[in-house]
Structure formats: C-alpha cells, structure tokens
Write a protein that binds this ligand. Sequence first.
Ligand code: T3D
Length: 267
Amino acid sequence: MLESQILTSQDGAVCTLTLNRPAALNAFTTAMLMQLRNALDAAAADDSVRCVVITGAGRGFCAGQDLSDPLVKPSMEAGDLPKDIGHLLDGYYIPLAQRVRSMPVPVIAAVNGVAAGAGANFALGCDLVLAGQSANFIQAFSKIGLLPDCGGTWLLPRLVGRARALQLALLAEKLPAAEAQSMGLIYRCVPDADLATEAQALAQRISALPVRAMAQTRLAFDAAGRMDYDEALKLESAMQSRLGFAADYQEGAAAFLQKRAPKFTDR
Ligand code: T3D
C-alpha cells in the first residue's frame, strides 16, 4: 500500500500535519493536496484540536507543485496540447488556501527547509510562520514562466510591501529564513535543532488561549484589508459583540477579576 503523503499526529490539543514526500522535497502532488485538505477538514471538525502545526518530512518543507505530476507536466511531444494550469488552481490550490484561512483554530507553519513556489505561499498563508535557520523561501514561479499563486499575489505585497514583493517574485532568489524574519515576511527564525520543539511549545501555549478569538482576529484582519477605516470599525464592533457573548470572554474577564488562571473552552 502507498504511504500517506500527509502524516497526522496529536499531542493534547495540538494536531501536527507532516508533508510526507521527502525524496521530492515534499512537492505537492494532486493526491497530496487532497490529503492535506482532508486532514485540515478533519482537524477543523475535531473539537479536541485547538491548534494545528504544519511541517515537512526530511530536509525540505515543500518545493511547490510537483512539476512531474501528469496534470501539469508540460507536453514534450510535438502535437501535444498544453494543459490548463488554471484547473489545478481552481480544483486544488484555491480550496486549500481558503481552508487554511478559514480554520477555526490558529495554524502554525514550521518551515524546516526550503519552501518554494506554492510551498512558500502555502506556508505564508498560515497564521504564524516559524522557520529553521537553514530554511529558504523562494518565489520560484518566475523561473518557469508563472506568477506567484496559492495566495502569493495577495500575501506578498501585504506582508512586505510592493517593492520587496516584486523583488521576491521577479528575481526568485533564495531568501534565507533570518532575512525573511527581518523583512517581516515570517514570525521568527530559530536554530534548526530547536524548530520542532519551539513550534510545539508555541502551539501548546496557543491551545490554552482563547483560540476562537484568535481565528476571528485573522478573519477580521483579512476582511479589513478590503474595507475603509469606518467599515473596519463597524466590523470590529459586530465581531466583538459576538465574542462578548461567548464563554471565553466571560471566563477571561471573570478570571482576571478573581485573580485566577482562566480556562478557555470556546472554539
Ligand atoms: O503547473 C504548475 O506548475 C502550476 C502550479 C504552480 C505552483 C508552483 O508551485 S510553481 C513552482 C514549482 N516549484 C519549483 O519550480 C521549484 C523546483 N525545485 C527547485 O527549484 C529545487 O528543487 C529547490 C530550489 C526547491 C531545492 O533545490 P535542491 O538543490 O536543494 O534539491 P534538488 O536536488 O533540486 O531536489 C531534490 C529532489 O526533489 C530532486 O529529485 P531527484 O533528482 O533527487 O530524483 C528534484 O527533482 C525533486 N524536486 C524538487 N522540486 C520538485 C521536485 N520534483 C518535482 N517537482 C518539484 N517542484
């Protein structure tokens, strides 16, 4: 039987998904994209999960789309018709990117090695990106005549500004994790040997916090990006109103006033 291309494990309230095609630097096949989305769906539906960590097996995080996948492999014979890559994006990458962005709990990318093309932008679409010091981010698309996908056109200018986004996308150079941190592309670069421990510790810490409010914060940030200031203020009010009725706010505020540790349960 074929080994699963996504490994799932759980420690307490933290679910870890591992991209598992190490011989190809975890490049995405269509089977893997489906399995990853299914694993995220399962984590979203499981009330015992309060934080998700995504990492890669072996020396890479993800080398982007597997260019040998029959769905995208270029025609090498005269007379073959080129394939429509848009179908791949519509059927696999868009639902995956949207799934991450709509998770009811925070998602951490633990980037353990190279993250290229859609692999880089998939990581950057997660809520917090930790990377090992030897990891690199590469917007590899321009090298093969494509533009940044898997959310790249939206994410990059917002994360680092237009000038740097164009630098990354046009030149497609390796961006070391430490530089990615200093330009604000990722949350933090850590020593390689500490990455897994740091990612799990962060996820465990988050899982004890009000995760529903965190997921709502992500939604509000994304929505505010499409609004003017007054609209964003109104949205904050509407969303805060709903959070104010939820158990976590009652618990958090009561625990503060009673000088005790809170126990958060909303999701
Ligand atoms: O049609 C479409 O493409 C639509 C979708 C687009 C979304 C995208 O993600 S486009 C971007 C696709 N990704 C790339 O172009 C990156 C290609 N890979 C590389 O440039 C390099 O592999 C890396 C810079 C990522 C790493 O270099 P290095 O020297 O550390 O490793 P390597 O030797 O190149 O790769 C190791 C193995 O992984 C190798 O296999 P082998 O020769 O040992 O059997 C290599 O072929 C394989 N591999 C790496 N990336 C891919 C891949 N196989 C298939 N697809 C890949 N993307």
